[in-house]
Ligand binder design. Sequence first.
Ligand code: SAH
Length: 248
Amino acid sequence: MNGSLVVVGTGPGKAALMTGATQTALARATDLVGYGPYLDRVPRRRHQRLHASDNRAELERARLALSLATEGRHVVVVSGGDPGVFAMASAVFEAVEAGDPAWRELDIRVEPGVTAMLAAAAEVGAPLGGDFCAISLSDNLKAWSTIERRLTLAAEADFVIALYNPASKARPHQLGQAFELLKKIKAAATPVLFVRAAGTADAEVVTTTLGTADPSRADMRTLVIIGASTTRRVGRWVYTPRGERGTP
Ligand code: SAH
């Protein structure tokens, strides 16, 4: 059992934002496992086996990757962005915890990647310059009441909030509900950013405020950033000063 399993993230999309360590792991792989569109971002090598699967089948995909590694294959599990941020790395360890005890002895590694939040922030300046948090708005794996509670407390603590998975066809109304909740705590003038396809050639940024933000602007390729009380615009950029008072 000399196989291995490396969990990688492709970064937000642009090839230059994929790390060298991830490229090396991909080049050495005998098997690539992942959601089809993420596998499409990865350079193909002859003799590599591809195992594309549906986006939701995370645990199944993790188990497949672990079984292949047990057979001596060099498996790379491919996520978008960073593999540990709302992605496959946790699913792999969940599968290890619940699965064959031999899986605990496998050579398993995680390579970091550029997560969407960082690519989105870089498109607009430095909105994550102070304390911030990341919340996934998807209630596939957790209750909506949990999300509401986290949004409320993050807003009360004046974090900058990065929202992953702000909307999908199955969940068109949640971002609007999130904005309504945040408006009760944060000022209407708080900067809100919709960053679509960050870190790709098609990146689009909309800078607006909590009072006027239109939730229908977000789709599955959008990262939404809601500022803290100190987050502000300067020229065409948005930044959050590092100091609490926010005075230049
Ligand atoms: N592991 C990924 C996140 C997976 S969750 C990462 O670290 O980036 C999927 C969500 O990430 C999307 O719904 C969207 O909110 C965000 N996302 C992923 N890539 C993005 C990009 N290039 N630009 C903006 N948002 C992106």
